[in-house]
Design a protein around this ligand. Structure first.
Ligand SMILES: C[S@@+](CC[C@H](N)C(=O)[O-])C[C@H]1O[C@@H](n2cnc3c(N)ncnc32)[C@H](O)[C@@H]1O
Length: 271
């Protein structure tokens, strides 16, 4: 894919390309933290605290990265259901599960109208997706509805200060033109700071676990891809100008050494 093409898709999750560029900074940047999903599972007491034959749902599954990362620790008896509102993401998730040789029911569904019976699941994951849903209280009520009494929701998200150094670079790119749109990765509707209040409307018990570390980025193309994955251009000429501007900006930032990026994220465990 031509780098400029990354900015041209108007649909954020039409294909996995943008999400993959965002994941790559965490996968290839340097850090000494435990793998994020391993940390989430440890904090949620998984898999030990669930029955061997648990019914498990992930909504907004994306590329199914969690299942690929945790493949060796998923109990053989877990019955998996994966869903996403985007058919393109769902196809990527299906392919990832096939590559693992793991059975899963995969379906396209919106988080605020889940096509499942009340109490169908022991555990539901909604990681890094609740800040996208247009009607958050309704989606949270749906997540509660499809959980059995005592069932658990695991919802990872970011803090307001997450990746703020990259957000500064994005603000710079926004100045590239009036038609350029930028998704700033903060001021989200569901964050570490505001998420508990939203979840308490539907769940009696909400635990919050925080995690903070630093990412060192010295690969210019990796950073440029991340920045472009958060920008939208209306035409090819603007997309190319944006790519040029992102490259120049990143080259200038790296003169002084690797970019140090603060990561502030965490997980809610609700029941
Ligand atoms: C940032 S990605 C997170 C993917 C995955 N959960 C992860 O942590 O890697 C957000 C995902 O949520 C999906 N999504 C956004 N709004 C949704 C909605 N209302 N219902 C279901 N999925 C949604 C997107 O298509 C995308 O795949």
């Amino acid at each position: 894919m031509d780098l400029a093409d990354l900015t041209l898709t108007q649909e954020p999750y039409g294909t996995p390309a943008r999400l993959q560029a965002r994941i790559a900074v965490h996968a290839f940047g340097r850090h000494d933290a435990e793998d994020f999903h391993a940390w989430v599972w440890r904090r949620a007491g998984l898999p030990a605290s669930l029955p061997e034959d648990a019914a498990v749902l992930e909504v907004g599954v994306g590329t199914a990265r969690m299942w690929a990362t945790m493949a060796g620790r998923i109990p053989a008896g877990w019955r998996l259901t994966l869903s996403d509102r985007s058919p393109g993401m769902m196809a990527a998730a299906r392919a990832a599960l096939d590559a693992l040789g793991r059975q899963a029911t995969c379906l396209v569904a919106d988080a605020d109208a889940l096509p499942f019976d009340d109490g169908a699941f022991d555990l539901v994951f909604a990681n890094h997706m609740l800040y996208h849903v247009p009607d958050l209280p309704r989606a949270v009520a749906e997540l509660r509805r499809v959980l059995r009494p005592g069932g658990r929701l695991v919802a990872a998200t970011n803090g307001d200060a997450h990746l703020q150094e990259l957000a500064e670079a994005l603000r710079d790119l926004r100045a590239a033109g009036p038609d350029v749109r930028v998704d700033l990765p903060h001021r989200l509707s569901f964050t570490l700071e505001n998420g508990a209040a939203t979840l308490r409307a539907a769940f009696d018990d909400v635990e919050r676990h925080d995690r903070e570390d630093e990412l060192l980025l010295d690969d210019a193309e990796l950073i440029v891809r991340y920045l472009l994955s958060m920008t939208y251009a209306p035409d090819t000429a603007t997309a190319r100008a944006l790519t040029g501007r992102a490259r120049a900006l990143v080259a200038a930032r790296l003169v002084a050494g690797p970019m140090r990026v603060r990561r502030v994220s965490g997980v809610f465990v609700a029941s």
